[in-house]
Design a protein around this ligand. Structure first.
Ligand code: LMR
Length: 399
């Protein structure tokens, strides 16, 4: 029966990484996956992470199982980081938090929990477009998905009116997913005022919110600004689960570390929810890994490391801003008749370029520049060395 299994489509992002690695041409440029790179095109291990690891090593800690939902201290620190120390939800009985396997693992447990217990409409509305794995993840775990408008292709901007209209039409008690900051793939986020409007509409429709928080601190370099979406919603008591990943903001991609928090009303609710989450986690991965969580804990509890981390977040955010500026500048220098100004208006890892599938295939085949066929370009792959080459090739395929 193995032979009868249909072949699945390759993952759009990791499939492209394989293609890039196999390509022996020079120059070649990887603008596919969203991982931070230095201007020398190297992975960046944060200094605060290295220092935390040195401290951990000295402590000669054991390698016992961590609690199924993660350590209490880690969960508490994650709540302090996300909702803030003074949030009404940052108290026992007002949240149920577990250590997830980064964003994907947190979303996966949250999805399974909602599929089993959510009493409303089990339909998750995701933005059009969104991170390619959202739809895959929810569908594989038994939750249907539908989309809401998010992106205005003509003007290369956020389609705020379209989004509001679509939310307004959503059946009561549906589930909606938002990107907390640095929307992947478009790089366009609602403003603070717009988040407030969204919040009111979400309340009117009594929607349940899944907030995907993959870039807090990394998006703008400001921990609070990148948290405004879900803090605004929490203040208005929107029903929500916040799924935080520490992959990008700590550069801990492969450590799979994150925290997921359900906001609840009482200790009675919290205890029951936690008991079910523990069963689910036990059936999925049993216990979360230790190392990444220890690093995050160390950085959050040591004031010197926290300070260093905040500096490094700014360095990463600024490096991406500067790569955007350079790319825009070089595109202008090619004499391109297109308006590329949107590149510096977007934020975070990605630029949604409006390039067509055909143009992107040409970029890959002729120039060995790898991007997702959706038009998403990963900004960290742009360096001072390759920016001119990339700009010239983009100009060639678009003129
Ligand atoms: C991306 O969107 O490229 C990253 O978030 C990596 C991933 O897991 O897809």
């Amino acid at each position: 029966w193995f032979a009868r299994i249909p072949r699945a489509e390759r993952d759009a992002i990791f499939g492209l990484v394989e293609d890039f690695q196999k390509d022996t041409s020079k120059p070649k440029v990887n603008l596919g996956i969203g991982v931070f790179r230095t201007d020398e095109d190297k992975p960046y291990i944060l200094k605060c992470v290295q220092k935390a690891e040195e401290k951990i090593l000295k402590k000669r800690m054991d390698k016992e199982y961590s609690p199924v939902a993660g350590f209490e201290i880690f969960k508490k620190l994650s709540m302090d980081f996300t909702f803030g120390k003074s949030s009404v939800f940052n108290k026992p009985g007002r949240h149920v938090t577990f250590q997830g396997l980064s964003g994907c693992g947190g979303l996966s447990i949250a999805a399974q929990f909602l599929r089993m217990f959510y009493p409303g409409r089990k339909m998750v509305y995701i933005s059009d477009p969104t991170w390619p794995n959202h739809q895959n993840l929810f569908n594989k775990l038994g939750l249907k998905t539908d989309t809401y408008r998010y992106y205005d292709a003509e003007n290369i901007s956020l389609d705020f009116d379209g989004m509001m209209e679509d939310i307004h039409k959503m059946p009561y008690r549906s589930i909606i997913l938002f990107h907390a900051s640095a929307h992947n793939p478009t790089g366009f986020d609602p403003t603070e005022e717009q988040w407030k409007e969204i919040t009111e509409e979400v309340k009117k429709r009594k929607l349940y919110v899944i907030m995907d928080n993959a870039y807090q601190g990394f998006a703008s370099g400001d921990l609070n600004k990148d948290a405004q979406s879900f803090r605004i919603m929490a203040k208005r008591r929107v029903n929500m689960v916040l799924v935080t990943s520490y992959a990008k903001n700590f550069g801990l991609y492969g450590e799979r570390v994150g925290a997921t928090s359900f906001l609840v009303d009482s200790k009675h609710e919290a205890d029951k929810i936690l008991s079910q989450l523990i069963l689910l986690i036990r059936a999925n991965h049993s216990n979360p890994p230790l190392h990444g969580a220890r690093i995050v804990e160390e950085v959050f509890t040591d004031p010197c490391l926290t300070k260093l981390w905040i500096e490094e977040l700014k360095i990463m955010a600024n490096r991406l801003k500067s790569a955007r500026k350079q790319l825009l500048q070089k595109l202008k220098e090619t004499g391109s008749s297109r308006n590329w100004d949107f590149i510096t208006k977007q934020i975070g890892m990605f630029s949604y370029t409006g390039l067509t599938k055909e143009q992107i295939i040409r970029l890959q085949k002729e120039f060995h520049i790898y991007m997702l066929t959706s038009g998403r370009l990963a900004i960290p792959g742009i360096t001072s060395k390759n920016v001119e080459y990339v700009a010239k090739c983009i100009h060639k395929v678009t003129s």
